[in-house]
Design a protein around this ligand. Structure first.
Ligand SMILES: [Zn+2]
Length: 253
């Protein structure tokens, strides 16, 4: 499961306290500066009275501390409000949304862009939030869609990149958590197989078993049943492989 760092919760003076309305929207931002996720979380933690805040900062650093929780999800952050009330979006507001800030870089030409790892982590976090709050991809917006602000710049300047990002939210891409759950379930439900008749023995092992029976290594239970397990088949194979290996003269030193 994705690690979410909580070392630097948002300073209470930067957010609006407990939410009353349910979460209906997820809003994506870019920080519009060069700091990483840890630095952003630390800044909002240590600097009261900024008048802005977000629930998460996502970035990419060598130490893997990529996702930082800032404002708690059950509190209202100041991430997509407009003091003049002139919204582009009819329903999405701070009060009914969660805001994710993506860390970014600027190329030589001054164009903002995201590390692919930052995008991956944001997809993972967004899907987790969507699952927990029952939000579909149609309810994931850019800050731009709410107020018209050029945010997140990489996804406002490149609408196709935004569509690609959204596709990843609704597609069949599994989160690490979902994959882990599947693997755990497979391991839990795996029963060791026992083969009682030659017909049941996997094809690859039938020759081995026949040979083991002929040489008397396997005698069954005296009632014609073999009771072979997969482990035993593998052991037989190793045993015969060793026996069949041509004897090489010992090397003299
Ligand atoms: Zn924004």
């Amino acid at each position: 499961m994705m690690e979410i760092r909580k070392d630097y919760p948002c300073n209470p003076r930067n957010h609006q306290g407990r939410r009353v309305k349910p979460v209906r929207w997820l809003v994506i931002h870019y920080v519009g500066a060069l700091g990483d996720a840890r630095q952003n979380a630390w800044y909002y933690h240590n600097t009261p009275g900024i008048g802005a805040s977000a629930h998460y900062f996502v970035g990419h650093t060598e130490d893997g501390a990529d996702v930082w929780a800032s404002v708690a999800e059950d509190c209202v952050a100041s991430h997509c409000g407009r003091s003049d009330g002139r919204y582009r979006h009819p329903d999405c507001r701070n009060a009914n949304s969660i805001g994710i800030e993506m860390c970014c870089h600027r190329d030589g030409a001054g164009k903002w862009y995201f590390d692919p790892e930052t995008v991956d982590r944001t997809v993972e976090l967004a899907r987790d939030i969507m699952a927990r709050h029952g939000i579909d991809a149609a309810h994931v917006l850019r800050h731009y869609d709410v107020t018209g602000k050029i945010c997140p710049a990489p996804y406002v300047n490149d609408g196709a990149a935004w569509e690609t990002f959204k596709k990843r939210l609704e597609g069949s891409e599994m989160t690490r958590q979902e994959v882990q759950a599947l693997v755990d379930e497979a391991v839990r439900s795996a029963q060791p197989r026992v083969y009682t008749d030659m017909d049941e023995v996997p094809k690859w092992a039938q020759g081995l078993v026949r040979r083991a029976v002929e040489t008397g290594i396997i005698r069954g239970d005296g009632a014609g049943r073999l009771h072979l397990t997969d482990d035993l088949l593998v052991t037989l194979q190793m045993m015969f492989n060793m026996a069949d290996r041509p004897v090489t003269p010992e090397r003299s030193v």
